[in-house]
Design a binder for this molecule. Structure first.
Ligand code: FES
Ligand SMILES: [Fe+2]
Length: 392
């Protein structure tokens, strides 16, 4: 967000604060059938459309700083890796040897000079070309040019590496994210560095996990001993671009804006800013660090959750800086996300399977959950119409 956009957003939040209401999201309550979180056939449709036709966030570009540095998939259903080539470009490939299919990279990130298969030692370059076949005399007539790695669409934009499952997709991320791409550029997300990344399996539907982020209603209750103080009387303003949602939540100190001239206002001093990057990424700008959360479905009630925390190196120098980051990570990742938000999502999921109510009812302040669900539902419906175009 540019500074004048940050001022405009803060003014929206200050006006909402007067009325103690979030920006209007829904005109009426919405009912969501619980089958959205339990139905295998629905998940199959989501995987075939939502997770295939749209760009997916592979991770932050700080893990791809040098030629040969790579990020591998966190999701077995889509075994790719993204790697930076000698020419500085990033490319994505299936993490699969063309000889007999062994996995080439078994770490989630790292750096290599070449890709050497652990099974029989075939060697690939950073551009995916097959460079060497061991005992090549046993492969008469096999042309190395025909056995390069299978390439996938990849792009670098807004500080993220992107990948797509549909081999034919053309990734135009600035077009896909619209003005939210400008936000990522203006917040200079690309120059952040990674503090830590975790990968955990949660026993809940991927949408149920993302939806825990999409309202402030629960904050004084579920987070009464953690976040509630920082967001006392918090209100939410939101915007949509395509299937993506941006929300800004006023922090307790937002009235302190009155102490400074507008041209010195910086939104992250007074609010947290969040994005759902469709379909499965939830990106958070906290006051002085950043969280990239991604959600990868394994089954209707199991999801891989990754959390990559990033920061600005100059703001956390030395061992004191590392200690401060550790505190932030423990608080956000362990205390708030894991033990509060996702613990309750797992409890909800456990009860879904065993009768009782057949739907959830969303109040007016929970409208972003309905919006997020609607974005998926609309695109599932479109995917079944012949001749529809990809958004990527
Ligand atoms: S499977 Fe990779 S060299 Fe044989
Ligand atoms: Fe929460």
């Amino acid at each position: 967000m540019k500074q004048h956009e940050q001022v405009a957003m803060l003014k929206r939040l200050l006006a909402l604060r007067e009325t103690r209401r979030d920006e209007a999201m829904l005109d009426e309550v919405v009912r969501i059938p619980i089958s959205k979180y339990t139905d295998q056939a629905l998940l199959d449709q989501e995987l075939a459309s939502t997770f295939t036709r749209y760009p997916l966030v592979a991770g932050h570009v700080s893990a791809l700083s040098e030629p040969g540095s790579y990020i591998a998939s966190d999701w077995d259903q889509f075994p790719y890796f993204v790697i930076r080539g000698e020419d500085g470009r990033i490319r994505a490939f299936y993490n699969q040897c063309r000889h007999r299919g062994a996995r080439l990279l078994d770490q989630c990130a790292g750096a290599v000079k070449n890709l050497i298969c652990p099974f029989h030692g075939w060697v690939y370059g950073l551009d995916g070309q097959l460079k060497g076949i061991t005992r090549s005399h046993d492969f008469p007539g096999v042309d190395k040019g025909d056995y390069g790695l299978v390439e996938l669409p990849a792009a670098e934009a807004g500080g993220f590496a992107w990948v797509a499952r549909d081999p034919g997709a053309l990734l135009n991320i600035p077009e896909f994210l619209g003005e939210f791409h400008d936000d990522l550029v203006n917040f200079d997300v690309a120059s952040l560095v990674q503090y830590k990344k975790t990968r955990v399996v949660k026993e809940a539907n991927w949408k149920l996990l993302i939806k825990t982020y999409l309202e402030g209603y629960h904050v004084p209750y579920l987070h009464r001993t953690t976040l509630a103080f920082a967001f006392k009387n918090g209100v939410i303003a939101h915007d949509e671009v395509g299937p993506h949602i941006r929300l800004a939540a006023a922090r307790t100190n937002i009235q302190d804006t009155a102490l400074k001239p507008e041209n010195e206002w910086r939104i992250l001093d007074y609010a947290s800013v969040y994005y759902t990057l469709f379909p499965n990424t939830f990106f958070i700008l906290h006051p002085d660090y950043v969280s990239i959360n991604t959600f990868w479905p394994l089954s209707p009630d199991r999801t891989v959750w990754t959390h990559e925390m990033l920061y600005r190196a100059e703001e956390f120098p030395g061992s004191a800086g590392q200690g401060a980051l550790q505190k932030r990570f423990t608080f956000t990742n362990d205390d708030v996300f894991d033990q509060e938000d996702f613990a309750i999502a797992e409890e909800v999921q456990r009860t879904l399977e065993h009768g009782g109510s057949d739907h959830h009812v969303l109040g007016l302040a929970e409208g972003l959950l309905a919006m997020f669900q609607d974005n998926i539902d609309q695109r599932l419906a479109r995917a079944t119409e012949p001749g529809t175009e990809r958004l990527s």
